[in-house]
Design a binder for this molecule. Structure first.
Ligand code: NAD
Ligand code: TDX
Length: 347
C-alpha cells in the first residue's frame, strides 16, 4: 500500500505517518512545505525507515505535486496540509485561502489527472481522503450535536477556507468521479501539538510560570479527541468509507475551556509544583472575535458503519499529554523560541 500524505510534518499528519509506517507497514510519501507549524523532529521514529520518504514541497505548486504523483504512484492520498490556527486566520487570512482553498484545488486536480491515467483495475482502488474539521458547521447552542447533514455555517476565515475546500473535494467526486471521501473531526490533542494551541500553550506556560490566557469567560466548549484515535479513524475511513460520503470523527469528550485549563493546572500542581497553585496564573483576556460557543460531534455513522471507537478518554489522555510535554522539552523548546505564546496582536 502506497499512501501520499500531505501535511505529515504537522501535529495530526505526523501521528498519521507514524501510525501508517510503524503499525500498518505502509509505504508513505510525506509532502510538506515545512511552514512554521511543520517540523521533521516529530518524525524521528520513522527517519531512515525504508517505508518512509519526505518531499519538501508546497501543495499549491501543481507541477511539483503532479511529479510526486507520477513518481510515487500512490494507491491513496490523505490530504491534511493546511493552515490550521484560527487566531492566525483572523490576523492574516491570505495564507489560509491560498493553502486551504487553492492548495486543495491543486491536490484534487493533480489527483484527477493521475487517477484518470491509471489502468482500470488500479482506478477502482484509488482513494482521496480530504481531512477537515467540525468548525465548518459553525457553532452549537447548549443542545444538539454536529451530524454529517448539519448545514455548513463557518465563522472564522480558517473554517470558511476549510468549508470551501470540503465543497471542492465533494464537487470533484460528483463532477469528475474522483473517488473522494471527506472526514470532519473535532479538536485533537496529544503529543507533538504545536505550542500555539490551547492545551500545549497552557502546559508550557504553566511550566514557565507565565500567565494562562483564557479567552472571554472560558465557557466555550470543545469536543476533545486524542490524536492517535484520529489517525486510526482516518486509516479506517480511507480504507472502508463510502465514496462521496462524509464521516464525522469525535470522542464524545465535551469540556469547557476553563475546565480543561483547571485540569491542566491540577496535573501540573501534582507533577511540577510551582510554590503556588497553577490556577493562580489563569488570566481572562479579550475574547476571540467570532468565537464559536460550542462544538460537539455525533460520530454514530463512523462507529456503526465502520466500527471505529475512540480508545482514549479525556481524563487519561490529558494526563498522558501533560507528562509528554514535561518529558519532551527537546521537541517543543525550539518551537517555543519562535512563538512565545503572546496572542498574535489580538490583545
Ligand atoms: P498543523 O498546523 O499542525 O500542520 C499542518 C501541516 O501542513 C504542517 O506540517 C505544515 O508545514 C503543512 N503545510 C501548511 N501549508 C502547506 C502547503 N502550502 N504545502 C504543503 N504543506 C503545508 O495542522 P494539524 O492540526 O495537524 O491539522 C491537520 C489537518 O487536520 C488540517 O487540514 C486541519 O484543518 C485538520 N483538522 C485539525 C484539527 C485539530 O484539532 N488540530 C481538527 C480537525 C481537523
Ligand atoms: O490561548 C488560548 N486561550 C483560549 O481560551 C487559545 C490559544 C485558545 N483558547 C480557546 C479558544 C477555543 O475556544 O480554547 C479553545 C481551543 O482553541 P485552539 O486550540 O486555538 O483550537 P480551536 O480554535 O478550537 O481549533 C482547533 O480545533 C479545530 C484547531 O486549531 C483547528 O485546526 C481544528 O480544525
Amino acid at each position: 500500500m502506497r499512501v501520499l500524505v500531505t501535511g505529515g510534518a504537522g501535529f495530526i499528519g505526523s501521528a498519521l505517518v507514524r501510525y501508517l509506517v510503524l503499525e500498518k507497514g505502509y509505504e508513505v510519501l510525506n509532502v510538506d512545505k515545512l511552514t512554521y507549524a511543520g517540523t521533521l523532529t516529530s518524525l524521528k521514529s520513522v527517519e531512515g525507515n525504508p517505508l518512509y520518504r519526505f518531499l519538501k514541497d508546497d501543495i499549491c505548486d501543481g507541477r511539483a505535486i503532479s511529479e510526486a504523483f507520477a513518481s510515487f504512484r500512490p494507491d491513496r492520498v490523505m490530504h491534511l496540509a493546511a493552515e490550521s490556527h484560527v487566531d492566525r486566520s483572523i490576523t492574516g487570512a491570505r495564507d489560509f485561502v491560498e493553502t486551504n482553498v487553492l492548495g486543495t484545488f491543486t491536490m484534487l486536480e493533480s489527483a484527477r489527472a493521475y487517477w484518470q491515467s491509471l489502468p482500470l483495475e488500479e482506478k477502482d482502488g484509488f482513494r482521496f481522503l480530504h481531512v477537515s474539521t467540525d468548525e465548518v458547521y459553525g457553532s452549537l447552542g447548549d443542545e444538539g450535536l454536529f451530524e454529517e447533514v448539519t448545514p455548513y455555517d463557518p465563522s472564522s476565515p480558517y473554517s470558511a477556507s476549510k468549508a470551501a475546500s470540503d465543497h471542492l473535494a465533494k464537487a470533484w467526486e460528483r463532477t469528475y468521479g474522483l473517488p473522494v471521501v471527506v472526514s470532519n473531526c473535532s479538536n485533537n490533542y496529544g503529543p507533538f501539538h504545536f505550542p500555539e494551541k490551547l492545551i500545549p500553550l497552557m502546559i508550557i506556560s504553566a511550566l514557565e510560570g507565565r500567565p494562562l490566557p483564557v479567552y472571554g469567560n472560558g465557557a466555550n466548549i470543545r469536543d476533545w479527541l486524542f490524536v492517535e484515535d484520529h489517525a486510526r479513524a482516518l486509516d479506517i475511513i480511507v480504507e472502508r468509507g463510502r465514496i462521496g460520503e462524509t464521516y464525522n470523527v469525535g470522542g464524545r469528550n465535551e469540556r469547557r475551556n476553563i475546565d480543561v485549563v483547571k485540569r491542566i493546572c491540577a496535573l501540573m500542581d501534582e507533577l511540577h509544583p510551582a510554590g503556588k497553585p497553577h490556577e493562580s496564573f489563569i488570566s481572562y483576556v479579550q475574547d476571540r472575535p467570532g468565537h464559536d460557543a460550542r462544538y460537539a460531534i455525533d460520530a454514530t455513522k463512523l462507529e456503526t458503519e465502520l466500527g471505529w471507537k475512540a480508545r482514549e478518554n479525556f481524563d487519561t489522555g490529558i494526563e498522558k499529554t501533560v507528562r509528554w510535554y514535561l518529558e519532551n522539552e527537546w521537541w517543543w523548546a525550539p518551537l517555543r523560541k519562535n512563538y512565545d505564546g503572546t496572542r498574535l496582536g489580538l490583545v
